[in-house]
Design a binder for this molecule. Sequence first.
Ligand SMILES: Cc1cc2nc3c(=O)[nH]c(=O)nc-3n(C[C@H](O)[C@H](O)[C@H](O)COP(=O)(O)OP(=O)(O)OC[C@H]3O[C@@H](n4cnc5c(N)ncnc54)[C@H](O)[C@@H]3O)c2cc1C
Length: 452
Amino acid sequence: MPDNSLPQHSPYVIVGAGVHGLSTAWHLAERLEATGRGSGRDVIVIDKGEIGSGASGIACGVIRNNYFQPAMRELMAHSVSVWESDPDAFSYHPVGYMQLGPDVMADDVAQIAKEQEAIGYASQLVQGAADCRRYMEGIFEDWQAQGITVALHEKRGGYANNQASLQGLKAKAEAAGVRVFARTTLLELERDGGGAVTAIGYKHYQELGRVSCEQVVIALGPWVRTAWKLLELPDTVTVRGRDGKDYERPMWTYWSLQEGTLEVDPGFLVDNRGDMPPVVHVDTDAPLYDDGDGSLVTDKLWGIYYKPDFNFGGVQGGAMPFVVDRPVDEVAVDPYGPASPDFVVGPEFARMWTSALAHCHERFEGKSRLFGKAPSGGIGCFTPDSFPVFDRFADNVYFIADSNHGYKMIGVGHLVAEELLGSPQALLRPFRFGRYAKGELHPVSHSPFPWS
Ligand SMILES: Cc1cc2nc3c(=O)[nH]c(=O)nc-3n(C[C@H](O)[C@H](O)[C@H](O)COP(=O)(O)OP(=O)(O)OC[C@H]3O[C@@H](n4cnc5c(N)ncnc54)[C@H](O)[C@@H]3O)c2cc1C
């Protein structure tokens, strides 16, 4: 059999070679070997494109712990440890992460700081407008953002380079014996009378085939609905609200993640000491004015994030996403392909984001013309409460539906591998599908982003 042929049987089939599929494959292979229950040869990964042709391959790459939800924070702390375990292989830059916010977010951020302290996650809280300004001027002497009354400086986290980190994960998985098949599209999930999946049907280049299997992992990112539909799972889900009433909600909602790059030398945004600064995330309700003509961009709560990044070739970041009405699997143009920007990034994004950079730093004033035209941004698939679902369906199909939180969640694959081998993980328990019917929802913050 030629090396690139799929086997006729594989105990574990992982669908999707993004961060979750590759991380699960790597950890599963190592655990199978370590426990004597099998080897990496028992695991295959398939992907309809090349490695990283989905959301993981385009992600801005920010790694933070800054979550208002205790369960998310604990999960992220675990993932940050995985990033820290091999920074070179994952192309991880541990520069830290800085969250700045206005009054309306002050209590939320203080709460996050308190709980980070409780779990031993190093961070520094700064409160009050004058102290925040002083703290930020200590990092960037040209700091000038308005309306900031709280700052949380996470000393861990930072960012990683999207494609390089996936290659690092793939290398670890392959070293553990996993076989990864690109250009292999999942077409079918064959099931037995009890509903369990017994085989997958696929197309490898032009060839159709099937692999019988014992367990399937769905790590399809924004395409998660493909497998959801193959299993005939419902389009809507009943969610018990905080008021105790039941609401019918769409299972999947799509948001456009607007990102871009200012084509300056990444060294343009070093800190006062000439070092790479933390990733900066600013939310504020100060009015935002156009950097060119001074017209009002918005007087509502707005937010941006940014970092100097050699991978993207400039200062790269994004702003609040917006809902799109088309699921990824129904759009004619691949939102991750070269034709994506017009579809994904709205025309107002460049004006808003570059004006916001100038609002925060004097050095960005008059620089909006340097906004890059290269593809950036993409579409994320969100669950009914915008938090992940990690759960089994149809007996033996494990869904990793991260609700677009996920590039940073490199450690989820480790936890999922444990669950596949029969050890339930406390860190994943708050993310079961059953929480919707029971109304066991995660707390909601005042952030303008659906993922904080
Ligand atoms: C623009 C943007 C910026 C982001 N920035 C960040 C960030 O800074 N930090 C962060 O933590 N998260 C970020 N995210 C979210 C993060 O990228 C995703 O949550 C995460 O990458 C999802 O990983 P995944 O492995 O589930 O999916 P993906 O990486 O999308 O992988 C899914 C794979 O499935 C494949 N596939 C699809 N259909 C089929 C099929 N039928 N058969 C076989 N294979 C198939 C695709 O080709 C793809 O490679 C960002 C997302 C976007 C869009």
